[in-house]
Ligand binder design. Structure first.
Ligand SMILES: NC(=O)c1ccc[n+]([C@@H]2O[C@H](COP(=O)([O-])OP(=O)(O)OC[C@H]3O[C@@H](n4cnc5c(N)ncnc54)[C@H](OP(=O)(O)O)[C@@H]3O)[C@@H](O)[C@H]2O)c1
Length: 170
């Protein structure tokens, strides 16, 4: 996820033009390497409607999964629609995908996190504050201890942070 220092991923209307193009390019590279991406229906709709020539259609990975609760939602060829985080995981694991790449948005992120389905977190903090917007995590009742395993500075004053979710041993 690419976030503002105060934890937003898009303006309230869903626009992301305050983020540099490099963030999208890094996302595409990761999706290509992992050969999959899982997204909330709202992320799919916003990005597809806003960026006609520059959206998930052109992302070079085999598995593009849209999570929705709406049984009537239809996606074009090249996407698979599922109805829960668990179904997304089960499907990708059945296709031998090892590392499942969740790209959000914030509502779906929280759904995965509160169910304990996230092992690793990659954030890029972009040096631009928007005072209100769509949060990287929708408010929900969960906590997640993290261990920082990587940090680096990217061009444009962006900071990349990689965490693993610290799960207590039983
Ligand atoms: N900066 C970044 O890195 C970044 C990354 C990704 C997205 N974004 C931005 O984030 C915004 C969208 O984020 P968002 O938080 O508003 O929405 P979102 O998380 O992308 O999508 C929310 C939708 O996902 C579906 N969903 C969520 N939890 C579910 C569950 N447990 N089971 C089944 N379906 C579930 C529902 O779809 P239905 O309503 O269809 O049932 C829900 O309305 C967009 O503007 C996008 O551009 C930014």
């Amino acid at each position: 996820m690419v976030i503002s220092p105060n934890g937003y991923i898009a303006r309230e209307d869903g626009s992301e033009d305050w983020l540099p193009e490099e963030g999208w390019e890094e996302f595409v590279k990761l999706a290509k390497n992992l050969n999959n991406v899982v997204m909330g229906r709202e992320t799919y709709t916003q990005v597809t409607n806003r960026y006609k020539d520059y959206n998930f259609d052109s992302v070079p990975c085999k598995y593009k999964i849209i999570v929705t609760q709406n049984k009537k939602f239809q996606a074009p060829n090249g996407y698979r629609v599922v109805y829960s985080p668990e179904e997304a995981i089960q499907y990708l694991q059945s296709e031998d995908i090892e590392n499942i790449f969740l790209i959000g948005g914030g509502k779906l992120n929280s759904e995965f996190m509160k169910k304990g389905l996230v092992n690793e977190l990659q954030l890029t903090v972009n040096p631009y504050i928007i005072g209100k917007g769509r949060s990287f995590l929708a408010p929900a009742n969960f906590e997640m201890p993290l261990k920082l395993v990587e940090h680096s500075e990217l061009p444009g004053g962006r900071i990349k942070l990689k965490y693993i979710v610290h799960k207590p041993k039983h």
